[in-house]
Design a protein around this ligand. Structure first.
Ligand SMILES: [Cu+2]
Length: 107
């Protein structure tokens, strides 16, 4: 059986690219809590922060070497951050101090 050329092109060029791309993880903000409250990912992975609340959130981290700040997120907004290096990253919300999330990034 002969494979169509397009299938071979996909197999040779696109699958290796897909295998090397980082995974995407979803963190939901609902009831003024991050869910899940802790997550383990690989360097190069992306985390998408979804505001599933009726209030605004303002996600940030001050962990050394991993600082980021997603300004204000309205209900329904989502923003993605890619984490390129290993570390335990403390994530907070500037509006709700009780909101805590730890992102464990491994190589
Ligand atoms: Cu918040």
């Amino acid at each position: 059986m002969r494979l169509p050329l397009t299938v071979l092109v996909f197999a040779l060029f696109l699958l290796p690219l897909a295998a090397h791309a980082g995974s995407d993880h979803i963190i939901t903000q609902k009831g003024k809590k991050f869910s899940p409250g802790e997550i383990s990912i690989k360097a190069g992975d992306t985390v998408t922060f979804v505001n599933d609340d009726k209030t605004r959130h303002n996600v940030y981290s001050r962990t050394k070497g991993h600082k980021f700040k997603i300004k204000k997120q309205k209900p329904g907004d989502e923003d993605s951050i890619t984490f390129d290096s290993a570390g335990a990253i403390d994530v907070r919300c500037a509006i709700h101090p009780k909101m805590k999330l730890v992102i464990n990034v491994s190589d």
